[in-house]
Design a protein around this ligand. Structure first.
Ligand code: NAI
Length: 334
């Protein structure tokens, strides 16, 4: 299977090496096709991505992407947003669960955030009305809302999940979030086997922090989904363990939730777990569930045994942690 690998910026290059090491150990039938994209590439070539990248993703249908940096306030647009919109990867799936051995406030968090990925304020429709007034458009369509909500219920059914919760702020944004909630109310009736409820985004933040175990699958418009997935990652010990998948009808792009971590880039101490868990999602979605389970177990066992990177209280380098995972994989009968 051909899969495009975009190492990206900052720690992206270090954690992509872990991906290649681990997929070799798993004896995955994957041929990695590497492409450059991101701020570093922009700095050297004045282009956001290498020529041919988009065509190659369209051909392979699957990519694994490292983090790419985006300048704040000015400069080029986010490559992530560009790829999501270009390939219409409308669903962003972010599972969040507790890892034994990682200090966190809760022990049994196991939830999935399904974020609408193509519209809302991320359409990037902004302008200056006058020099003191900026203006941005929040776009919510029935078509995209129904698609993501149906995806969430189908995901729940397929993965043995019991409840889908709709996240909104329809009390204030009566038309935009009101439309999203209306679609949820209608579509939930098609899934009588799955429980459903809805919650206002601010109340959800409080409830997630005080009792995250009451949630199972959360479906949200783009911006709320983005924010709550970082909040949830914090509940289980940080961004180091948060993978995500951008799902479209023809293309799937897997990645870590975290960014390029410029503060630790090049030091060899990045935690590769999130991108490795994204690799596990990729394997599972492509008929390699057994290898995905071996990989996830190897990561969990290492952490439980205290083999950890610095961000979660350990003293392993990226390479040492990766080698320990490789060893555990090689000890399994594949
Ligand atoms: P960040 O996620 O890169 O870093 C936040 C903090 O978490 C830093 O202290 C960093 O050292 C730490 N951290 C993140 N990942 C880690 C890992 N794997 N191991 C150990 N520590 C880790 O977020 P920040 O600083 O806001 O963004 C940096 C750049 O990344 C920005 O240019 C931003 O646009 C970009 N970014 C890209 C994303 C993507 O490509 N999917 C997602 C989020 C941010």
């Amino acid at each position: 299977m051909d899969v495009v690998l975009i190492p990206g910026d900052g720690i992206g290059k270090e954690i992509s090496e872990s991906v290649k090491t681990v997929s070799d150990a798993l004896k995955c039938d994957i041929k990695w096709i590497e492409y450059k994209a991101g701020a570093d590439y922009y700095a050297s070539d004045n282009k956001l991505m290498e020529d041919g990248l988009l065509e190659e993703i369209a051909r392979c249908h699957i990519a694994l992407k490292g983090p790419t940096a985006t300048p704040i306030g000015t400069g080029f647009r986010s490559i992530n947003v560009y790829l999501r919109q270009n390939f219409n990867t409308y669903a962003n799936v972010r599972p969040v669960s507790t890892f034994e051995g990682v200090a966190s406030r809760y022990e049994d968090v196991d939830l999935v955030i399904i974020r609408e990925n193509t519209e809302d304020l991320y359409k990037g429709i902004e302008d200056m009305l006058d020099e003191d007034t900026a203006h941005g458009l929040k776009i919510i369509t029935r078509q995209a809302s129904e698609r993501i909500i149906r995806y969430a219920f189908e995901y729940a059914r397929k993965n043995g999940r019991k409840k889908v919760t709709c996240v909104h702020k329809a009390n204030i944004m009566k038309l935009t979030d009101g439309l999203f909630l209306d679609c949820f109310t209608k579509i939930s009736k098609e899934y009588p086997d799955i429980m459903n409820d809805s919650v206002i985004i601010d109340a959800l933040c409080m409830k997630l922090v005080s009792d995250p175990c009451q949630y199972d699958v959360l479906v949200a418009p783009n911006l709320y989904g983005d924010i709550i997935s970082d909040l949830c990652a914090g509940l289980v010990g940080g961004l180091g363990f948060a993978p995500s998948a951008n799902i479209g009808d023809n293309v799937r792009i897997y990645e870590a939730v975290h960014g390029s971590a410029p503060d630790i880039a090049g030091k060899g101490i990045a935690n590769p777990s999130a991108i490795l868990l994204a690799l596990a999602m990729l394997l599972k979605d492509n008929g390699m569930s057994d290898k995905a389970s071996v990989l996830e177990k190897a990561i969990r066992d290492c952490i439980k045994d205290g083999i950890k990177t610095k961000d979660v209280g350990g003293n392993c380098s990226t390479a040492e942690f990766t080698a320990a995972i490789r060893e555990r994989i090689e000890n399994e009968a594949l």
